[in-house]
Design a binder for this molecule. Structure first.
Ligand SMILES: NC(=O)c1ccc[n+]([C@@H]2O[C@H](COP(=O)([O-])OP(=O)(O)OC[C@H]3O[C@@H](n4cnc5c(N)ncnc54)[C@H](OP(=O)(O)O)[C@@H]3O)[C@@H](O)[C@H]2O)c1
Length: 279
């Protein structure tokens, strides 16, 4: 049975790519969007291997480009329907605040926050008219907890959380469910794409060098614990199919406990634990 039309942003790699395949396997027709269609080959190959290539349509979409968003709007106008939207496109800007040019914050928000809003606005009319739809925003543990050295990313994901809370309450009476998925650390390209800025804080001349190195060491130590991105893709698909869902869905090793603890214990104690762990 055809489950309807799903749109995925950032489908060229990581969660977006795997979610596209899993949605197609569950009989959704997936509009797999990416900013560079030349990167679509891996997805198409994987689609063929899984026998679902006919369930996938590639579409160019850079979520930060007005003309690209307009083209996307025309495309879905012709389709006339969007049942599920997976707002996944994103990257992680890093570094210490003093060393990050303001423009880098703007770029981070253009993709992770304003881009998500633009794609959502394009899809909302169809869902509202049908009185049915699901919007799954890929947030992060960084949308619930702050970490030093990645403030652009943390700030953008906190913004996504606030926005999604409002949107959920706005759209519930219209039959549209808004959901946040909050993954911990998973093996995808995200760890290499936002590195340019971190480089500055990793320069031995930087006053933040020692601190940033400690953070990097912690990350490297934990790398073997990074989860399999397929688990996140499967969770997204499960949420896409569920009738009634709650707003927030943390996923990953220790993530629920971390969020619970942060909300439970006083900030002073949380901070102490953080610096103790950092060493
Ligand atoms: N991996 C993790 O541990 C983790 C944890 C929590 C949350 N997340 C979130 O999961 C989402 C997917 O990331 P991922 O881990 O799967 O990393 P990824 O493999 O790097 O995928 C990111 C995707 O976003 C796309 N993208 C970036 N800027 C874009 C733009 N302006 N327009 C359209 N697409 C754009 C990338 O396209 P290009 O190929 O063209 O760069 C890529 O397809 C992100 O929102 C991220 O914040 C990841």
């Amino acid at each position: 049975m055809n489950k309807g039309i799903a749109v995925v942003t950032g489908a060229s790699s990581g969660f977006g790519l795997l979610t596209t395949i899993e949605l197609a396997k569950r009989n959704f027709h997936v509009i797999a969007t990416m900013r560079n269609l030349e990167k679509g080959e891996t997805l198409l190959q994987l689609g063929k291997q899984n026998g679902v290539e006919k369930q996938i349509s590639l579409l160019e979409l850079d979520v930060t480009s007005e003309s690209s968003i307009n083209h996307f709007k025309n495309y879905i106008n012709e389709l006339g329907s969007v049942d599920v939207l997976i707002n996944n496109a994103g990257f992680a800007g890093a570094g210490f605040v003093e060393e990050i040019p303001l423009d880098e914050y703007r770029k981070q928000f253009e993709t992770n926050f304003f881009g998500l809003i633009a794609v959502t606005q394009a899809c909302l009319p169809f869902m509202r008219e049908k009185q049915k739809g699901k919007i799954i925003n890929i947030s992060s543990i960084s949308g619930r907890v702050g970490f030093p050295g990645i403030s652009p990313y943390v700030a953008s994901k906190h913004a996504v959380e606030g926005f999604s809370e409002c949107l959920r309450l706005e759209m519930k009476p219209f039959g549209v469910e808004v959901i946040l998925i909050e993954p911990g650390s998973y093996k995808t390209n995200i760890w290499s794409t936002g590195k340019q800025v971190t480089e500055k804080s990793l320069n031995p001349n930087s006053p933040y060098f020692t601190y940033m190195r400690k953070i990097e060491e912690q990350l490297e130590k934990g790398e073997h614990n990074f989860g399999n991105p397929l688990d996140v893709a499967n969770r997204i698909v499960q949420l896409a199919e569920e009738e009634k869902t709650s707003l927030r869905h943390p996923i990953g090793k220790g993530i629920k406990t971390a969020i619970f603890m942060k909300n439970l214990i006083p900030w002073r104690m949380w901070e102490k634990l953080f610096f103790k762990k950092l060493g």
